[in-house]
Design a protein around this ligand. Structure first.
Ligand code: GDP
Ligand code: MG
Length: 597
């Protein structure tokens, strides 16, 4: 295809501003997918994405568009995830395209992830077309939001396109703008092959599928290609474009985006950001690579039923075949037996992987308290990474401890500003900046990641009734006064409940945790002391009193079905319990014990 007939673009937006719906309309209006195959959020393929209404993996589609100038253009759309955990996916897909549609909900305005994502697009050198979505809503105020885009982002929004992705209004204008306002790619078809490895995933029928963006040269089916970082050589078995289903193609030239398969065993054998070239006639220089995504949140995953350990191992290994973004290693816990310590890009990522393991592999899992990676500076000069609070060495060997800090950007209507400041203050935040755009405040905070990974986002949403938006970047490691807090249930330490806390907050966190656990652990036939301790010193204590002998006693024997139901319910509850010495602790307690009200 001629370069001037290609446009490559992504859509950047805050979550829920209508990115996926717009992608659907573009696909539908160009007849890329037959009407009968159309379903909402076509590009959000994973079940979890559909259920939660969010985009996790970036997806791609090639659209053919006959423009008003009489020529037919090839438009390659890369849809990107909107959630903070997946910012890394956004940055790499940005590098594969030249332009972006900036979608802003015309009834809302610019939000934290709008900013974060549009800055990534600007960094990648994109031309940007602002699009005001949801103008069908009575609350839409396109003029105000145009001004808002100019004030907050600092780009010209005078010719922003008003649309409704829902009704289809304005979509033809978007298609024309892609052709007339976004640049064509550049590249040299006669130069040696140079292509960027944009993404890879595992397909049950095809094995590893690799998505590439061609910079220079031409690649054909059957070619012998080399990955420049890993040095691995493969023969291309299949070459295709995504429409969004695979359609075979004879060759791909400069500016084009497509996929290939090449008998690659696992996704881990491919490096996103690597340069793909020909084995025989390689390009002189590789493209600048990307840093691999670093897991920042770690937790233990254990089978509820210890006999399921091998099944869990199999499931994790299978999942690892198609997702290189998490890390895992075997772990043993005194309380929970054999399991795995896993590293994730963020809390949503953790939930997604855990859900997939439970659902796709039919496992019941216990998730231990999520923890960030602490750096331990030992007195003998060694620096250790602590992924699990249970592994914390004795304090006498430690000189000091550092924890990761983040720079958070929060946008909120000024009515709720006070609540936000209080929340950030409670989480050991340091205010960096506070500015206004109309009645919305934009506040920047320096916060410990450990205080954010857990339930910060949920709290933020609930104190602002959903009106706040949030984005963050990891900034640096910094020293603080951190200690390990252990939890004892019936006088036995439960290693899976140990957490790292700030010394000044230890007492209140300890008290909150034992109070929560008292609610979460069902009564037993005996009294159960629940304690929080630092070193050997108990800092908080609750006692769970003993229960009546017979749960069905109060049914007076009269109602048989009610009695049976109650017993069934108890049995059902049992399945999700785990035995610790004489005490049974429900699976959900490990996470819920940490939630702060
Ligand atoms: P994304 O998170 O940016 O991908 O947003 P979605 O495309 O999933 O849309 C979020 C919600 O907004 C969905 O419930 C859509 O149906 C709705 N939505 C999207 N575009 C419009 C629009 O133009 N008008 C209205 N009223 N709703 C829209
Ligand atoms: Mg979406």
């Amino acid at each position: 295809t001629q370069l001037d007939l290609i446009r490559n673009f992504s859509i950047v937006a805050h979550i829920d501003h209508g990115k996926s719906t717009l992608a659907d309309r573009l696909i539908q209006m160009t007849g890329t997918v037959a009407e009968r195959d159309m379903k909402a959020q076509l590009l959000d393929s994973m079940d979890i994405e559909r259920e939660r209404g969010i985009t996790i993996k970036a997806n791609t589609v090639r659209i053919e568009y006959p423009a008003k100038d009489g020529k037919t253009y090839i438009l390659n759309l890369i849809d990107t995830p909107g959630h903070v955990d997946f910012a890394y996916e956004v940055s790499r897909s940005m590098r594969a395209v030249e332009g972006s549609l900036l979608v802003v909900d015309a009834s809302q305005g610019v939000e934290a992830q709008t900013l974060a994502n549009v800055y990534q697009a600007i960094d990648a050198g994109h031309d940007i077309v602002p699009v005001l979505n949801k103008i069908d809503l009575p609350a839409a105020d396109p003029d105000r939001v145009k001004e808002n885009i100019e004030d907050v982002i600092g780009i010209d929004a005078s010719n922003a396109i008003p649309i409704s992705a829902k009704t289809g209004l304005g979509i033809p204008d978007v298609l024309e703008a892609i052709v007339t306002r976004l640049p064509a790619p550049k590249g040299d078809a006669n130069a040696p092959l140079k292509a960027m490895l944009v993404d890879s995933w595992y397909d049950a029928y095809l094995g590893v599928v690799v998505m590439i963006r061609i910079v220079d040269g031409v690649v054909k089916k059957g070619d012998r290609i080399k990955m420049m970082q890993t040095g691995a050589v493969y023969g291309i078995d299949k070459l295709a474009v995504l429409k969004p289903q695979m359609v075979d193609i004879a060759e791909l030239g400069p500016g084009e985006i497509g996929i290939f398969t090449a008998s690659i065993k696992q996704v881990r054998d491919t490096r996103v950001g690597d340069t793909v070239t020909h084995e025989k006639k390689p390009c002189a220089e590789a493209l600048p690579g990307f840093k691999p995504a670093q897991p920042v949140v770690f937790c233990g995953l254990f089978p509820v039923d210890a006999a399921d350990f091998e099944n869990l191992r199999d499931a994790i290994e299978k999942l690892a075949l198609n997702d290189a973004s998490f890390s895992y290693e075997m772990e043993t816990s005194a309380a929970l037996g054999f399991g795995f310590r896993m590293g994730f890009l963020g809390l949503l990522h953790l939930e997604v992987i855990r859900d997939r393991l439970e659902r796709e592999y039919d496992l019941d899992l216990i998730t231990t308290a999520p923890s960030v990676v602490f750096k331990l500076y030992m007195k003998d000069g060694e620096v250790r990474e602590l992924h699990n609070p249970a592994d914390m060495p004795d304090l006498t060997y430690i000189d000091h401890i550092e924890e990761p800090r983040i720079k958070a950007t929060i946008m909120v209507p000024d009515d709720y500003l006070g609540d936000i400041l209080k929340l950030c203050q409670d989480r050991r935040g340091i205010q960096l900046n506070l500015t206004y755009a109309g009645t919305r405040a934009m506040v920047e905070y320096d916060l410990p990641l450990a205080e954010v990974v857990f339930d910060f986002y949920d709290r933020l949403k609930s104190v602002t009734k959903g009106y706040a938006s949030f984005d963050y970047q990891i900034s640096e490691y910094r020293e603080d006064n951190l200690v390990k807090m252990s939890i004892m249930v019936n006088d036995e330490p439960v290693d899976a409940l140990a957490i790292m806390v700030h010394r000044d907050r230890a007492e209140s966190r300890g008290r909150a945790m034992v109070e929560k656990l008292k609610e979460l652990i069902p009564r037993h036939m005996f009294k159960i002391p629940i304690q929080a301790a630092i070193g050997g010193r108990v800092i908080a204590r609750e006692t769970l009193s003993a229960m009546r002998k017979d749960v069905t006693a109060k049914c007076y024997g009269g109602d048989a079905t009610r009695k049976r139901k109650l017993l069934d319910k108890q049995k059902e509850g049992k399945k999700k319990m785990r035995q610790f010495g004489k005490v049974e602790i429900p699976q959900t307690a490990f996470i819920n014990a940490l939630k702060m009200d």
